[in-house]
Design a protein around this ligand. Structure first.
Ligand code: PAF
Length: 291
């Protein structure tokens, strides 16, 4: 546990060799390494991951890299918010030791030709609507794991499928890394924090609330005894449609395999992906278990 009372000023590192050297020095000093991979545009969801890493580990690394390989051709890679100065200031307040923010060419040499391709749960939900997305995520996360060689790595449950797949990858590829999945952080009115929320107009922000509201409705229906998944999905869809959202999917799925369930008689993940105007948002809730 870190005992300093003053938050440390993070070193900003862009070079992989310097990253390795600084982490090796921390490890040689007997420190455990916590890694928080991000794409920047940080908010309280990200800082909750940094805080968890700070609690568990003695040397905390946050990576900031907008990873081109996880964006589809018509997605928002070029307009994804890039706010490194503000991110660095925020991370300083959370006692992060090091920020690794490599240039794109350093992570993907022109001759880059190796990718991590996942099957099983990777092919469902986001995998159906964003082909190639998890290939990009798994590849960059494995690269970051190899560079930082952390003891623990932290991910948010808002990206439920991503966190599940990273755990799967760590187990499948025998990575000696503890994957920690931290709770979703929400605005006071329930909207899940996302770097993409900055795209929302005031009207879209209001309509986007239907996502968390409909997940709460699903949880309530199940807690009151509804077990028919189709009934729950229909109620969720009608709330989203009333707010004029364009739905990619509303799924009730097994929390491990992500296969659809027809009966909610055990803990089940309710997952939504929907567009509010041009902004695609995702959120999820676990049904059939206490908060
Ligand atoms: O969740 C994200 O921000 C990204 O998918 C991640 C894990 C940093 C990989 O680019």
């Amino acid at each position: 546990m870190k005992t300093d009372t003053q938050p440390s000023t993070p070193h900003l590192v862009t070079d992989a060799d310097e990253l390795r050297e600084r982490i090796a020095a921390a490890r040689a000093a007997g420190k455990t390494i916590g890694l928080v991979p991000t794409m920047g545009a940080l908010h309280a969801g990200h800082t909750s991951l940094a805080d968890a890493a700070r609690r568990d580990c003695e040397f905390v690394v946050v990576t900031i890299f907008v990873n081109p390989t996880q964006f589809g051709p018509n997605e928002d890679f070029s307009r994804y918010p890039r706010t490194l100065d503000a991110d660095s200031r925020l991370l300083a307040e959370h006692g992060v030791d090091l920020i690794y923010a490599p240039p794109t060419e350093a992570m993907y040499r022109p001759e880059h030709a190796t990718y991590v391709v996942m099957e099983g749960p990777a092919l469902l939900l986001e995998g159906e609507f964003r082909p190639g997305h998890f290939r990009g995520v798994a590849t960059i996360v494995l690269k970051l794991f190899n560079l930082a060689q952390p003891d623990r790595a932290y991910f948010g449950r808002k990206d439920y499928q991503q966190a599940l797949l990273i755990r799967q990858m760590a187990a499948d590829l025998n990575l000696p890394i503890q994957i920690e999945v931290c709770p979703i952080v929400r605005e006071a009115d329930g909207l899940a924090l996302s770097s993409r929320n900055v795209y929302l107009s005031p009207d879209e922000r209001r309509r986007a609330l239907s996502i968390s509201q409909s997940l709460r409705l699903a949880k309530k229906l199940v807690s009151e005894g509804t077990t028919d998944a189709a009934t729950v999905i229909a109620r969720v869809r009608s709330l989203l449609e009333a707010a004029d959202l364009n739905i990619d999917y509303v799924a009730l799925a097994d929390p491990h395999t992500l296969e659809s369930v027809t009966t909610v008689n055990r803990p089940t993940v309710a997952a939504i992906a929907a567009r509010v105007g041009a902004t695609r948002l995702i959120d999820n809730e676990i049904l059939g278990e206490a908060d």
